[in-house]
Ligand binder design. Structure first.
Ligand code: MN
Length: 175
């Protein structure tokens, strides 16, 4: 994402950005939120959502020596790259418990979450790897990893989508 969207100038290490795509995706998120549609935000989608509500990002994780976990994995996307610690009392915690291994293809990451969202999983270097909404009238889940790339080899990755669909069904019945 362009850092201009959260009030920062582009750092020298910022890679190519696409302001039109950023604007379009932020508009999609904002409209979905307005219409109270359930949202599952994956990787860039999670970052878009954080910025859309006033959060900000690390422009490139390699700029921060303390962010020492490999978040741009060099192994196949079907394989896990790093572990995450999960908040037990959360949607993600209900699904996976308190530990999970995930793949990782992001050179940017969330630095600050807006009040509408709370972190539910973190990499060992502290980066936010999952969130859910704090708004009980809405349903939104975000993951920084790519479960869709792991479904052929990791039943837990498919389980995330299955659980999300079940949650949407239950939530729709109540709202
Ligand atoms: Mn990661």
């Amino acid at each position: 994402m362009s850092p201009l969207l959260y009030g920062e100038e582009p750092h020298l290490k910022l890679e190519s950005t696409n302001p039109l795509r950023d604007a379009f995706e932020m508009a999609v998120i904002e409209e979905a939120w307005k219409e109270r549609k359930p949202i599952l935000a994956v990787c860039r989608g999670m970052q878009i959502m954080a910025v859309a509500f006033g959060g900000d990002l690390y422009q490139d994780v390699s700029l921060y020596p303390d962010l020492a976990v490999q978040h741009v994995q060099v192994s196949s996307p079907e394989t896990t790259a790093h572990s995450v610690s999960i908040e037990e009392r959360s949607w993600m915690g209900n699904l996976y418990g308190t530990e999970r291994q995930v793949n990782s293809y992001h050179h940017q990451a969330i630095k600050t979450l807006p009040k509408e969202l709370k972190a539910t999983a973190w990499a060992k270097d502290g980066l936010i790897e999952a969130f859910e909404t704090t708004d009980s009238n809405r349903l939104a889940i975000g993951v920084q990893w790519h479960p869709e790339l792991m479904i052929n080899h990791d039943s837990g990755a498919q389980a995330l989508f299955d659980a999300y669909v079940q949650t949407v069904k239950q939530w729709k019945a109540q709202h």
